[in-house]
Write a protein that binds this ligand. Structure first.
Ligand code: AMP
Length: 428
């Protein structure tokens, strides 16, 4: 056992998986940039107060924060999510609205690590500040949907709900509280605790004991103001028009308690129900104000990389991209020629790796084989003297088994000045 290992809930993402992560972000960026979203890059660390504005009723804030005092005595925290940082940046810089941004990066939550749940994990997301239009909610929801399609995922279920306006929500929360309190003995001990902090979250309970009380609870839809009701109708109408299948889930309240109006969640059809939320979001009019800015509408979502990639594995889509090089330079001369040649080929646009340490030809060819290169270019003293290199195909019917000598006819000596043209013809 080595002396140092990653902390619990934190991981190294190694090749080839790391290339898949990068590709994931590239596909996401391409999807949302087509819709006018631009990337925002904000610090990993913020004043603790930025996240406390998310609400005292969220576990993310009360239990899971990585907070500490820095050397200057500031109480700071590693970000547990990015919506609050984006709103803080909006208040600080006052960009023109609607401000449409996307982001990617690591979040930190001190949770109990398990499959699909880590203490450092990555998300991608979008936020739009300064526009309250139900069809914008539709755009946001549709972009997440399109992104999953672009990855190749088929089994994604979209749940939508509306939490109404703050006043509707407050009246509803009172009614909910009264309902659960009237049957407090039937509620699980965990939900009794949740009830004290945030009655809405009791609806999220997945415990069997709570199921009858949750299904008999008052329904939020009966508390909507006209405006909230119309907003939600339009969101549903827009989703139908966009051809995006969805289910209305009246118990979908999601973790952060600043949501109002629309909330939504994408669930992975292949994942275990405790960890099946691939991502989600909603409308959070009011958060910018809570951070000291003007009253500003906001809507967005965050999607987790880990669970989405687990879903991709389950559906056998979005495999790690190939890391193979095009050309591998084998060097038996040991001088500067391999260095020159490698540099020239890279400058010409080929992906090129090479051998080091002047190993035997056989061991260099093994590395060449492992590199996935289509051809090996061999630089030996004979070749240098004759002004040529040897080009040896590595793939298809020309690939020899390890240790087998390569028939002379499959390899070619190519004049040094002709090499790039020659390689362009044989390497795609
Ligand atoms: P949230 O910010 O809580 O709405 O989460 C959005 C998405 O981020 C979830 O649906 C997950 O895919 C992902 N996520 C949240 N917490 C974790 C975690 N601890 N580990 C891995 N992914 C997470």
């Amino acid at each position: 056992m080595p002396e140092f290992q990653t902390s619990p809930g934190m991981r190294d993402i190694l090749p080839p998986e790391s290339a898949r992560w990068r590709r994931f972000v590239e596909v996401f960026a391409a999807t949302v940039e087509r819709a006018g979203y631009a990337q925002v890059i904000s610090p990993l660390l913020e004043d603790l107060g930025v996240f406390q504005r998310l609400g005292e009723a969220t576990d993310v804030v009360t239990k899971e924060m990585y907070d500490f005092h820095d050397k200057g005595g500031r109480h700071v925290a590693l970000r547990p999510e990015l919506t609050a940082s984006v709103c803080r940046a909006f208040v600080e810089h006052r960009p023109l609205t609607p401000w449409k941004v996307w982001y990617t990066g690591s979040m930190f939550r001190y949770e109990k690590p398990q499959r699909g749940r880590y203490r450092q994990f990555d998300q991608v997301g979008i936020e739009v500040l300064g526009a309250n239009d139900p069809y914008l909610d539709v755009e946001v929801i549709a972009l997440g949907w399109e992104f999953y399609r672009a990855l190749g995922l088929q089994q994604v279920n979209l749940l939508v709900n509306s939490l109404g306006e703050p006043a509707d929500r407050a009246r509803y929360v009172d009614a909910l509280k009264a309902h659960f309190e009237a049957h407090i003995d039937a509620l699980s001990p965990e939900s009794r605790q949740t009830l004290q902090k945030n009655p809405l979250r009791v609806l999220d309970s997945k415990r069997e004991q709570d199921a009858p009380l949750v299904s008999a609870a008052p329904r939020l839809v009966d508390f909507y103001s006209d405006e909230a009701g119309t907003h939600f109708e339009k969101v549903q109408e827009g989703l139908r028009a966009a051809g995006i299948p969805f289910t209305v889930s009246s118990t979908l309240v999601r973790g952060l308690d600043y949501y109002r109006y629309t909330t939504f969640e994408y669930q992975g059809g292949t994942l275990d129900s405790a960890q099946n939320a691939l991502g989600g979001g909603g409308r959070y009019d009011g958060l910018v104000e809570a951070l000291g800015g003007p009253a500003t509408a906001g809507v967005g979502f965050a999607l987790g990389l880990d669970r989405t990639l687990l879903a991709c594995d389950d559906e056998r889509v979005f495999a790690p991209p190939s890391n193979d090089v095009d050309v591998f330079v084998v060097d038996t001369a040991g001088g500067l020629e391999a260095l020159h040649l490698t540099g020239e080929l890279r400058a010409a646009g080929f992906r090129v790796d090479r051998a080091y340490e002047n190993r035997s030809m056989k061991s260099q060819m093994k590395v060449a084989d492992r590199s996935g290169a289509a051809v090996a270019v061999i630089v030996g003293s004979d070749e240098i003297a004759a002004g040529v290199v040897t080009v040896r195909p590595m793939r298809g019917h020309d690939v020899p088994a390890h240790g087998e000598s390569v028939p002379e006819r499959t390899q070619q000596r190519v004049a040094r000045p002709d090499l790039i043209t020659h390689l362009r013809n044989i390497v795609q």
